[in-house]
Design a binder for this molecule. Sequence first.
Ligand code: AGP
Length: 612
Amino acid sequence: MCGIIGYAGHRPAVPVVVEGLRRLEYRGYDSAGVAFAGHDGLHVLRAKGKLAALEERLAGEVITTATCAMGHTRWATHGVPAERNAHPHTSNDGRLALVHNGIIENYQEIKSRLTAAGYVFHSETDTEVLVNLIAEKRKTAPSLLEAFAAALREAHGAYAVCLMDTDAPGSILAARMSAPLLFGLGTGENFVASDIPAFLPYTRQVIFLEDGEIVRATANGYEILRLADLSPVQREAQTIQWDMQAAQKGGYRHFMLKEIFEQPRVITDGLAGRLDNAGGQQACSVLLPELDDLPVPERLHIVACGTSYHSGLWGRHLLEEWAGLPVQVEIASEFRYREGLALGQKDMVLVISQSGETADTLAALRIARERGVQTLGLCNVVGSSIAREASAVIYTQAGPEISVASTKAMCSQMLMLALMALYWAQRRGSMDSQARQARLSQLESLPALLDAALPDMHATARQLARKYAQADSFFYLGRGHCFPLALEGALKLKELSYIHAEGYAAGEMKHGPIALIDPDFPTFTLALDDTLFPKVRSNIVEVQARQGKVIALSNPGMDLSVDDLWLVPPLPAPLAGFVALPALQLFSYEMADYLGKDVDQPRNLAKSVTVE
Ligand code: AGP
């Protein structure tokens, strides 16, 4: 997610803005920029890389007179990390500068129209299109405010934006739609920002803007207006009690917990621009232009590590069931050294990697390329090595994942795999449109369902963690699409709480592992409402016959008798995994936190394993 700060006040504005960006660095970024109002007009400076590179650029500038400025740290979504894609972006006439966080879904059609009208674009971003759309509207609007509002009404998607105008050097215009933007109320100074840490040293008086609202601010005044009709909004400021660190976590105890609760947003952002409703109300097909020029593979090899490998195992169920594709899922460190590796020329190798830098996964990609096989990357980091070296790449749009344990990244990977399965089903004609629409509707219902369910799931996870925290070992059992989730649940418990955990196919227990069961070796079973439920229930009985304690994650109405029944909202298999996953994450999180472990930075782990 990008970081935004805008300032209008009495201090030298550029240092305030740069320091504000530094306090937003935890959000992750690949480039940064500032705009400030000098006596001779707007100045815009940008730099790829960290803030130090931007500060080098600023060193040669006369910045002390500016008391109005804005800044941006970019987490690339459209366009690779590069100075030309860094924000602020300026309009062709040089009079406007804009910073933006979010995704404008219809930017391509707007760009085509503006290009035909003679506008020139220097970046691959949707932001540069938006600032020129405002400039275009300004030609006929009575004021910049009305041009700003008109442009935002035409833009579809998510945005938090901040605009500066050469003709109004002490004023800032800002607005939000489905992306966070706050207003900081100071004395003789005012702020807008993506997050509280940006201006916390200056003021604790915050107004939380709502979707569809604009704020116009100067040093000594501000007004909040409704985007729809520019009618005024009155809203009380709230006093923030957080310290800086708590503010960076959005009030959550750890980044991991914050990122678990971000998963509804991750799904919303992942679906943005990916569904085609053909002019109707309901989404009826999937848009994956990244795949349009690639032939549908005869066989798909999914290759990844760790949590990303578990995503691939889960995705196989959908790709086989929905698209009828033969799929193999491989651990990258095994794939890369297999002597007899058989790859057909019409196969495709799909490498999944949040960081896009995992050494084993990158090596697997290079082997596939050497074999002349089509390669596709599924990554979260724009411009990462895997993203650059794969023949094509799909980005998961999960935003930076700060906690070492991967949570929202897996959710985003599963979402993209579901969309890929539906997309290839479209192309192969392996699913009728009614079934496709039903599944798309279920995917669209996920954010609201998870937003409603997560607080109760967290409370249950907390209660169970306190009951089972003394266990030395845990079994995680699942069948079918729940087997990869059992593996992920075991991985999470291991890497966060350092408790030994085995993820196992429930049907495999009787082939040996059941010898481990005793009253001190609890089993966490995924017993969701699907066709395999009766088999899973039999496995639970086998465990209980050996005095094993059982936690069962299930749905209301399922006939189960276990030590701890954890009910979550039902969803048709395999989409039920989107509800089961956060439950597993929250249980591991609460176990680790209760045991006093370093949740965000577990011992021995790195966020990206760039070595063998
Ligand atoms: C998951 O919690 C771990 N941090 C780890 O298994 C991770 O998923 C694995 O190293 C792969 O990383 P990648 O997705 O960046 O390639």
